[in-house]
Design a protein around this ligand. Structure first.
Ligand code: HEM
Length: 134
């Protein structure tokens, strides 16, 4: 009898604990962003609205349900960030807030969480659209 090989590919989304983990992360992240002196000038909108968008975007980014696109269409994240001056320094601040949020909820201890953070590092670099002022 030939043994059938079955592979299961789990998405990073399910590996990290799905929507519940994303919600915790978003709640830990945005208060830090709004408190950061480099980032705060860019975030003049309602924190609840950006949290809502990110709760929909990150599942899709990790191979889970495409909640963001169902409501807003193609992610086109670089284009959506063009109205804001995203400098290399601001990208570092954004990533530092994210790293602290990962630590707060223990996601830095999870191998899939580390893969998630690596992907955010890459995408943050792509979002940069303005040089540092000095
Ligand atoms: C690199 C540094 C980054 C900066 C400084 C930054 C800044 C911003 C700002 C100012 C907004 C608009 C906030 C508002 O509407 O009030 C925004 C929206 C958003 N950002 Fe970023 N961002 C960065 C990186 C990222 C990355 C890496 C991701 C995803 C992996 C991301 C995902 C989003 C999403 C989903 C939105 C909502 C877009 C929408 O309006 O539909 N951002 N970001």
């Amino acid at each position: 009898m030939v043994k059938k090989l079955e592979y299961t590919f789990k998405s990073l989304y399910s590996e990290i604990g799905g929507q519940e983990t994303i919600d915790q992360l978003v709640n830990a992240f945005y208060p830090r962003v709004y408190d950061d002196p480099e980032l705060a000038p860019l975030f003049e909108g309602d924190m609840e609205e950006i949290k809502r968008k990110q709760r929909m975007f990150l599942p899709q980014f990790l191979g889970g349900p495409a909640l963001y696109s169902q409501e807003f269409g193609p992610p086109a994240m670089r284009d959506r960030h063009l109205p804001f001056e995203v400098t290399p320094r601001r990208a570092q601040c954004w990533l530092r807030c994210m790293r602290e949020a990962f630590q707060e909820i223990g996601l830095d201890q999870n191998p899939a969480g580390r893969a998630f953070y690596d992907r955010l590092t890459q995408v943050a670099g792509i979002m940069v659209n303005t040089p540092d002022s000095e």
